[in-house]
Design a protein around this ligand. Structure first.
Ligand code: AMP
Ligand code: MG
Length: 480
């Protein structure tokens, strides 16, 4: 055992036992480290070499004094359920050299008290997807938990047919979810909600500690973080697929990249997930679902916000209205930046709305439209030859002239906001298929590209192609 660099802590265990379970671990036969996130290891101040000796730990084979699984609840597709880490084990909290505290968690490490009949395991394909997408998100500058490693277990698991088992190690600023608050409110008392809120404040908003209105301010902060996160997703065409309240971190980081995908052809109603039959989590719905999820958090905090229920509801409603404002501001400002405008004016929202309408009507590729605008390659635009397309380009150029900045400044801004490359669904699938055969080269090659998404000098070749049309409609599966 080599856990020398870690020195795990477990402040979460100071909460009442209602919040976690410390069941036994379920060792796997022959763990093998197949992916290690070396840049992340460096950021965390962990030694790449000693980490390679930690395979048993990263496979969930070792019982430690700081390991536990968390209880939580959640609205899944609108239905409330008691959940918990059914296949996850927290190794503990790790304090990086810069003083930041992270949860280090295994996913797929075996059954727990919360498995509800599931096997507690994960297949290598979905764990590779989570690794790829979270790394891409991080490189795109969007808050996310990150993957540190994937270890194959040497054991088969049954999904749609037999699959190779794997354990993902992921790192997050915490794993406290909206669903953790729902759990505290449903399974515990007001004292438990208070204890959890104070713990969350300690982890994420320590400057609020001890303030009389700390719960109101905390709720406001979570709302702001989520509004900005979802605006960021919209701005790069990302569809999460399972925006359940248990998949919503109060830290504002994204998580659980299962049946998710980046949109290729732009359409607001796009859904990729095979389990989202009603399109609840369609692209255009994501901002509203974010607000709905935050309303569920606000409900659990009502008794902490004011002395009377009425006053508490007023506070919560005001904060939830702020969500809409924060979201719209982040989204429309981001769109303005994507077309090279530094300072957004009200009229710009009409200009960007019209661009999106043109993109929808001409079935334009979301990422490559903004990429072509950035490169000044307007001939490549799907709407280049339409009258309304030409009119839009003229209006855009006029607005840019009005801004009166040198081209290089405009291009710099556009390059910062329009990725040259995103995880294309066909490349992600190809990497996963190879990984299922034990070949991780395509995953490494894709990671190399995804780690520099805004580099317009690089030659990304085939990685910028949306893929052959026959792969549509693309569907993603949970693979749980
Ligand atoms: P997810 O869709 O991954 O967010 O998972 C939703 C819930 O189902 C969580 O409580 C998971 O821990 C649980 N879960 C998912 N897959 C499994 C599994 N194979 N075994 C046990 N629990 C699982
Ligand atoms: Mg989840």
């Amino acid at each position: 055992m080599s856990t020398s660099d870690w020195n795990f802590e477990a402040t979460y265990l100071e909460l009442r036992e209602l919040f976690y379970n410390r069941g036994p671990v379920h060792p796997v036969a022959s763990p093998q480290l197949v992916l290690l996130n070396e840049p992340l290891a460096d950021t965390l101040g962990l030694n790449r070499l000693t980490l390679r000796d930690d395979v048993a730990l990263l496979a969930g084979n070792e019982q430690t004094s700081t390991s536990f699984s968390q209880a939580y609840a959640g609205h899944q597709f609108g239905h409330f359920t008691m959940l918990g880490d059914g296949r996850a084990l927290m190794l503990g909290e790790y304090v990086a050299p810069n003083g930041k505290r992270f949860d280090v968690q295994l996913k797929g490490s075996g059954p727990t008290a919360y498995s509800r009949g599931g096997d507690g395991r994960a297949a290598v394909g979905p764990m590779v997807r989570e690794f790829l997408i979270s790394e891409a998100m991080h490189a795109l500058g969007i808050p996310t938990n990150r993957a540190l490693a994937v270890v194959t277990t040497g054991e088969p698991i049954m999904r749609q047919g037999p699959k190779h088992g794997a354990v993902l190690t992921r790192v997050a600023s915490s794993h406290i979810r909206v669903g953790t608050f729902q759990y505290a409110a449903a399974a515990g008392s007001i004292d438990d909600v208070v204890a959890l809120a104070d713990y969350a404040i300690q982890r994420h908003d320590p400057d609020l500690k001890g303030l009389p209105d700390r719960y109101e301010q905390f709720l406001g902060r979570v709302i702001t973080r989520q509004a900005k996160l979802i605006a960021n997703w919209q701005l790069i065409g990302f569809i999460h697929g399972v925006m359940n309240t248990d998949n919503t971190f109060i830290s504002g980081e994204g998580l659980d990249y299962g049946p998710c995908a980046f949109m290729d052809t732009y359409h607001p109603n796009t859904v990729f997930s095979s389990i989202d039959r009603e399109g609840r989590y369609a692209y255009a719905n994501q901002p509203y679902i974010g607000s709905w999820n935050l309303a569920r958090l606000a409900e659990t905090l009502l008794p902490l916000l004011a002395d009377t229920h009425e006053a508490a509801v007023d506070i919560a409603n005001k904060l939830l209205n702020d969500y809409t404002e924060t979201y719209k501001d982040a989204y429309f400002t981001g769109l303005a930046h994507k077309i090279g405008l530094y300072v957004r004016k009200d009229e710009d929202d009409t200009l960007t709305d019209e661009l999106l309408r043109l993109m929808m009507e001409t079935e334009a590729d979301f990422t490559n439209t903004f990429r072509a605008l950035t490169l000044g390659d307007t001939d490549a635009l799907a709407f280049a030859n339409r009258d309304d397309g030409k009119a839009w380009l003229a209006a855009w150029r006029k607005r840019l002239n009005e801004q009166g900045l040198p081209d290089e400044d405009v291009i710099r801004l556009m390059r910062q906001h329009n990725p040259a490359v995103i995880p294309r669904n066909h490349h992600v699938e190809a990497a996963i298929t190879a990984a299922e055969r034990g070949d991780f080269e395509p995953t490494h090659a894709l990671l190399d590209v995804l780690r520099n998404p805004y580099d317009y000098e690089a030659d990304y070749g085939r990685y910028v192609s949306p893929g052959p049309p026959r792969t549509y409609p693309y569907q993603t599966f949970c693979g749980t």
